[in-house]
Design a protein around this ligand. Structure first.
Ligand code: NAD
Ligand code: TYD
Length: 339
């Protein structure tokens, strides 16, 4: 079994590669990643020399490059994590989101059509459903909730989802889609809420909370997401969408206060700043389908996961310090420039 994992030098993709290599030592994993600002090849250093692992530095929008990898590797499965993933960046500059998230998805699926594939899996997000009101805690996103996006990021992900479903219906491509809630855990790029707050708190820098901090996200430990994708690519039904989330709703402000408490830092570091434009109020996933069909349940409780995550950032300072200094961007040239 050969699996192409795109975006594997990022947060969730790298965790997925570690999970798969450990669980299926007989599989071949080929990571395709452009190494944008969000890709950090040093994350993959522990597996770089494994005989059943290959890293290819490549843009998923590069048609010829993608086809070459298919010709060389004959993949059975493609799991597409590669994306521009940060909402705030999409508000500043939407173009690259449309390019990578929509056209990149099309490029991958066109190669799947040309060479044949057992499964194309699209890693999507609960953000395609838009948001829920704070005063209706009884409402959750199901797979049938209409797409209703707020940001250029979520719109580009929704566009890709529609394209994936169209390739299934029109060409019979064997696809699945997972729509997961907010992830947290090791290797999370320190521009996102949880790692940003941990890193700023460790530097005694202000903790910028958007608006009043009342927005709610449904947090899932990254390993649980990886296990859900593992189940879907092996046992999920073709043409189906699976929501992934663990009923773990938290207000932003409560997360930031918890991080202060765990790190022994004063809440006076919290600074309320201008709200994000079009800021979604609440995300909440109904994971009934993936539980009923595939037996998936989250294993890590938030109280434990956040402690593990904070511990990881304390124990792996070099990982995020080289990101903040920008040094991580030289890693590829240094390690692989002459190979
Ligand atoms: P990330 O930003 O940490 O990583 C993205 C990776 O994709 C990076 O390694 C980057 O170099 C690579 N990449 C970007 N553009 C590329 C291109 N054109 N060609 C090849 N590689 C490219 O993102 P993440 O948080 O790991 O998210 C991974 C996927 O999961 C995304 O599709 C995202 O929409 C989805 N998702 C994320 C979350 C979350 O909470 N982080 C939740 C649900 C779904
Ligand atoms: P983020 O981690 O960017 O994920 P997403 O927008 O995809 O949910 O943000 C999580 C929440 O935290 C979101 O409501 C925005 C908020 N937020 C802040 O309040 N301050 C920050 O500095 C960041 C990055 C996010």
């Amino acid at each position: 079994m050969t699996i192409i994992v795109t975006g594997g030098a990022g947060f969730i993709g790298s965790n997925f590669i570690f999970h798969m290599l450990q669980k299926y030592p007989q599989y071949r994993i080929v990571c395709v990643d452009k190494l944008t600002y969000a890709g950090n090849l040093s994350t993959l250093a522990p597996v770089m020399e494994e005989p059943n692992f290959r890293f290819v530095k490549l843009d998923i929008c590069d048609k010829a490059g993608v086809q070459q990898v298919f010709e060389e590797e004959h993949p059975d499965i493609v799991v597409n994590f590669a994306a521009e993933s940060h909402v705030d960046r999409s508000i500043e500059d939407p173009d690259i989101f449309l390019q990578t998230n929509i056209l990149g998805t099309a490029t991958l699926m066109n190669a799947c059509r040309k060479y044949g594939i057992r499964r194309y899996h699209q890693v999507s997000t609960d953000e395609v459903y838009g948001d829920l009101p704070l005063d209706r805690p009884d409402l959750f996103f199901t797979e049938n909730t209409p797409l209703h996006t707020s940001s250029p990021y979520s719109s580009s992900k929704a566009g890709a989802d529609l394209l994936v479903l169209a390739y299934h219906r029109t060409y019979g491509l064997p696809v699945t889609i997972s729509r997961c809630s907010n992830n947290y855990g090791p290797y999370h790029f320190p521009e996102k809420l949880i790692p940003l707050m941990i890193v700023n708190a460790l530097h005694d820098k202000p903790l910028p909370v958007y608006g009043k901090g009342e927005n709610v996200r449904d947090w899932l430990y990254v390993e649980d997401h990886c296990k859900a994708i593992d189940l879907i690519i092996h046992k999920g039904r073709e043409g189906e969408v699976y929501n992934v989330g663990g009923h773990n709703e938290m207000r932003n402000i409560d997360i930031v206060k918890l991080i202060c408490k765990e790190l022994g830092k004063p809440e006076s570091l919290i600074t309320f700043v201008a709200d994000r434009k079009g800021h979604d109020m609440r995300y909440a996933i109904d994971p009934t389908k993936i539980h009923a069909e595939l037996g998936w349940l989250p294993e890590t409780k938030f109280a434990d996961g956040i402690k593990k995550t904070i511990r990881w950032y304390l124990d792996n300072r070099t990982w995020w310090e080289t990101i903040i200094s920008g040094e991580y961007r030289d890693y590829y040239e240094k390690m692989y420039g002459n190979r």
